[in-house]
Design a protein around this ligand. Structure first.
Ligand SMILES: C[S@@+](CC[C@H](N)C(=O)[O-])C[C@H]1O[C@@H](n2cnc3c(N)ncnc32)[C@H](O)[C@@H]1O
Length: 207
C-alpha cells in the first residue's frame, strides 16, 4: 500500500538544505522554491528559532537561512522537515560570499542580521560581518524598498555599525516598530532573559 500523498510529499532534511550545484554562479530563486513569493534572508541563522518560526507563520513568503556551522545547519534542516516547511531552504555558506556571489540582484525583500559575532578585540574587528563590502553586497540583492534589519546586544558593535551605515550610500534609516510581532532569535531570547538591552536598526534600500 502506498503512503498517502501528505506523507510521501513531506520534505526531508536533505530537501531543506540547499547545496548549490556551483558556487561560481548566482542562483535563480525559481530553482530554490516552487513559487516566486517574496524572499527573506536570515544571515547567520544559528539554531534557527527565528527563521523557523517566521517560515511557519508566513507560508506566503520564502525564506533562505545561511549559516557556516554544519551542526547548526543540520539541526535547522531537521526541525524544518519535521514542521513540513516547504518555504525554507538552508545554505551552509559564508554570509558575505552568499550575498555577493550567490544571491541574484534585486531578489530579496527583507534580510536579517541578528546578533552577529561581536569580535570585541580590536585586532579581530576586521572579522565583523557588518563592513562596507557586506552592506554593498546585501543592498545589491535587495529589491527597491527592501530592508536590511540589524540587531545586536553589543553596544560597541552597534556603534561600529552606525559609522559604517553613515558612510554607506543608498539607504534610509527606518524605525523598527513591528518588533512585538516578530519571533525571538535564540540569542535574543537569552539576552532578554538576562535583561540586556537590544540595539537595532532598519536600513531601507533607496535609489
Ligand atoms: C551569535 S550567533 C547568532 C545566531 C542567530 N542569528 C541568533 O540570533 O540566535 C552568530 C551565528 O552566525 C554564524 N556565523 C558567524 N559568522 C558567519 C559567516 N561569516 N557566515 C555564515 N555564518 C556565520 C555563527 O556560526 C553563528 O551561528
Amino acid at each position: 500500500m502506498s503512503a498517502p500523498d501528505s506523507v510521501s510529499n513531506a520534505p526531508t532534511p536533505d530537501d531543506i538544505q540547499w547545496i548549490p550545484s556551483s558556487i561560481l554562479e548566482s542562483v535563480r530563486t525559481a530553482d530554490l522554491f516552487s513559487n516566486e513569493a517574496p524572499l527573506t534572508v536570515d544571515y547567520g541563522c544559528g539554531e534557527g528559532a527565528f527563521v523557523l518560526a517566521m517560515a511557519e507563520r508566513h507560508p506566503e513568503r520564502n525564506f533562505l537561512a545561511t549559516e557556516r556551522l554544519v551542526g547548526r545547519v543540520e539541526k535547522v534542516c531537521k526541525i524544518a522537515a519535521r514542521l513540513g516547511l516547504r518555504n525554507l531552504r538552508v545554505l551552509r555558506l559564508e554570509n558575505l560570499y552568499a550575498a555577493r556571489f550567490i544571491l541574484p540582484p534585486d531578489s530579496v525583500s527583507t534580510s536579517y542580521v541578528s546578533f552577529p559575532d561581536p569580535w570585541p578585540k580590536r585586532a579581530h574587528q576586521n572579522r565583523r560581518l557588518v563592513q562596507p563590502d557586506f552592506l554593498d553586497a546585501v543592498r545589491a540583492t535587495l529589491v527597491s524598498g527592501g530592508e536590511l534589519r540589524l540587531k545586536t546586544d553589543d553596544l560597541p558593535y552597534f556603534q561600529w555599525m552606525e559609522k559604517i551605515i553613515a558612510d554607506s550610500k543608498g539607504w534610509e534609516r527606518v524605525a523598527w516598530d513591528d518588533d512585538a510581532s516578530h519571533p525571538l532569535t535564540n540569542f535574543e531570547a537569552r539576552f532578554i532573559a538576562q535583561g540586556l538591552p537590544i540595539h537595532k536598526t532598519i536600513l531601507r534600500k533607496i535609489a
